[in-house]
Design a protein around this ligand. Structure first.
Ligand code: GDP
Length: 297
């Protein structure tokens, strides 16, 4: 694995015995390590540059207190700035799930973990928020995906819209809306079809569904291990349907979580949840503090 940034910076500052304020030279040396560590964590280059600029401005001339070493001082500045960037200026707003039945559209590429995340989110809304939730799969090209959602529903005790073969996604979405209203559900989750790559057919389909139900939230599910690809996918979906939040899956994997920083910095969309495994309870709210710690190593 990678050498942690904390260790790298510790090493840099062990060689310096200066006290008082951090000099420009100290900061420049430290920022070289920060740059390498962020690139290794798969943060995109423009974001790394911007980040280093901000941290340099804060660190240069910062007084070093007696109780901590210059290395610790820089690590704290880097950590705080990572946290601030991950949270965004306005922080992470609560999900818009009032005014029942509230539609939530789940979008993303095939294999990103969309169906699994739909189940995890439904379970969470049911158990933590006490909501009555309905789920519907719109993946008409893959009957197995529809079946997968149904099985998950049974497993977590959440209703799924009965499968009717031969319906178009937009018609299934309308049926879900009607069923949610009639059945007294608080929320209905629409698990849209994914493709291996973004294509026009997929985007047209998602746009039609979006127009039909006017979702309160459009959550993009992306594989957190795909780094910069995840950011490109987010930008495309956002341009077409307007993403309101992001779920990063596979954050239980080996990656350092750099995708989170690029995602927030480039798209400006709040990261709401992280997927931490295949099980139905492996979904947690996004904690900037924790991801900042992970990127720092
Ligand atoms: P979809 O095609 O986007 O609907 O993807 P699926 O929900 O079918 O997920 C694809 C695979 O990824 C499945 O084997 C899931 O169990 C797995 N998966 C989904 N989310 C996570 C996660 O957060 N961590 C891990 N390790 N695996 C996940």
């Amino acid at each position: 694995m990678f050498e942690s940034l904390s260790d790298r910076l510790g090493g840099v500052f062990d060689r310096l015995t200066k006290q008082g304020a951090l000099s420009e030279d100290d900061v420049r040396t430290a920022m070289r390590e920060v740059r390498v560590a962020l690139l290794e964590a798969d943060v995109s280059l423009p974001v790394v540059r911007d980040f280093v600029k901000k941290v340099t401005a804060k660190a240069t001339g910062a007084a070093v207190t007696k109780s901590i070493t210059p290395g610790q001082q820089v690590i704290k500045i880097v950590h705080d700035e990572l946290k601030a960037m991950l949270a965004g200026e306005e922080g992470i707003p609560p999900l818009k799930i009032d005014n029942p039945p509230a539609p939530i559209l789940m979008v993303g590429l095939q294999g990103s973990g969309k169906t699994t995340t739909t189940g995890k989110l439904a379970k969470r809304l049911k158990e933590r928020d006490g909501k009555r939730v309905l789920m519907a799969s719109l993946d008409v090209n893959r009957p197995a995906a529809m079946e997968q959602l149904k099985i998950l529903g049974t497993q977590i005790g959440v209703d799924t819209l009965p499968i009717v073969m031969g319906q178009k996604p937009v018609d299934i979405a309308k049926r879900a809306k009607q069923q949610a209203a009639l059945g007294g559900y608080d929320i209905y989750l629409l698990d849209t079809a994914g493709r291996l790559q973004i294509d026009q057919v997929l985007m047209d389909e998602v746009q039609q569904v979006h127009a039909a139900v006017n979702p309160r939230e459009t959550l993009l599910v992306v594989d957190g291990l795909t780094g910069q690809v995840a950011v490109e996918v987010a930008e495309e979906f956002d341009a077409k349907v307007g993403v309101t939040g992001v779920v990063l899956t596979r954050m239980d994997g080996d990656g350092r979580g750099g995708a989170a920083l690029s995602m927030r910095a480039v798209t400006g969309k709040p990261i709401r949840y992280v997927g931490l495994g295949e099980k139905m309870d492996a979904l947690e709210t996004f904690e900037p503090d924790r991801i900042a710690g992970r990127i720092l190593g």
